[in-house]
Ligand binder design. Structure first.
Ligand code: GLU
Length: 302
């Protein structure tokens, strides 16, 4: 069983935090399953948080689709679901606190300009004192950042050069709170001890750790699972229309089995014909995250 020994004094609380931009697909089911099993194998709680702070990207019906799929696969959650759309006042209050601490500045750079200069923001507006009359985003002044972190599955992780030093957006030009701010504030708010998620988010981890630091809070333990990519190396995602896993009850067991195989857990063949409860209980008892150490991507054609 995975037991993150150095942290046995911490009550384990994990979470799955989907954005409602489409139904669950194989890749997001793997992330949900991996975080659920890790929580249960460590006798922890597992919460669901709906990250619905980006209305333009929200797909109608996706929240229900995601929750129905989780239930269908037996991934039961603890506590009430938290909807980020109910947390906007708190985000604003903490943003103002960061502004008062001199840790936020206005930026007028466009995505196109940043892309043209290599894709990582060069903190151009930090020294410019941009007028509030111009349409602007708000960025965190990242001071003295951590450059590495220890992943509970993958070991020591360095980030792509420049990422840790990048002053990232907390509030967008369109007035919406950025994912980075909301995710960190909610991991604090919900006292999340373990963030277990797909490796597609690994580059954001060091930035999130640095926001925790700016807020004077301890960050959770992070663990990154392999992500499913297509044969061109593209992540299976709602954006590239990966097939949803909404399915008739008859192949739930088969799909769970496939997810465990994907996570290199070597589930026995006979499990395929067992109930989801039996499969999940087997997965919890035999959870071996070491099996996917150093594996960040796996080609999956479904
Ligand atoms: N809401 C993010 C997504 O659906 C995941 C956030 C996280 O796990 O930190 O990609």
């Amino acid at each position: 069983m995975a037991n993150h020994k150095s942290n046995t004094h911490i009550q384990y609380r994990g979470r799955f935090a989907p954005s409602p931009s489409g139904p669950l697909h194989f890749g997001s089911l793997v992330a949900a399953l991996g975080s659920w099993v890790d929580a249960r194998a460590n006798k922890g709680e597992w919460l669901v948080r709906i990250e619905d702070i980006d209305p333009p990207r929200e797909v109608k019906g996706a929240i229900d689709d995601i929750l129905i799929s989780l239930e269908m696969f037996g991934l039961n959650w603890d506590q009430e679901i938290l909807y980020q759309s109910s947390r906007l006042d708190d985000y604003q209050a903490i943003l103002e606190q960061l502004i008062n601490d001199g840790l936020v500045y206005r930026c007028i750079c466009t995505r196109k300009e940043i892309k043209a200069s290599g894709g990582i923001y060069q903190n151009t507006c930090r020294a410019l004192n941009i007028s509030e009359d111009l349409e602007h985003s708000l960025r965190l002044k990242v001071i003295n950042p951590d450059l590495e972190f220890t992943d509970c599955f993958q070991g020591r992780c360095k980030t792509k050069s420049g990422v840790a030093h990048e002053d990232f957006i907390l509030k967008r030009k369109d007035g919406l709170f950025a994912y980075m701010l909301a995710v960190v504030l909610d991991d604090v708010h919900q006292q999340i001890s373990h963030v277990i998620r797909g490796s597609d988010l690994i580059d954001t981890t060091i930035q999130q750790i640095n926001l925790f630091k700016a807020l004077n809070k301890n960050h959770p333990i992070y663990g990154h699972l392999p992500v499913a990519v297509d044969r061109h190396g593209l992540k299976l995602s709602k954006q590239n229309h990966a097939q949803a896993v909404m399915t008739g009850a008859e192949n739930v067991s088969e799909i769970l089995h496939q997810c465990l195989e994907f996570l290199k857990q070597s589930p026995p063949n006979e499990l395929k014909s067992e109930s989801k409860e039996v499969i999940l209980s087997w997965a919890t008892q035999h959870w071996r995250p070491d099996n996917f150490k150093d594996t960040f991507q796996i080609v999956h054609n479904k």
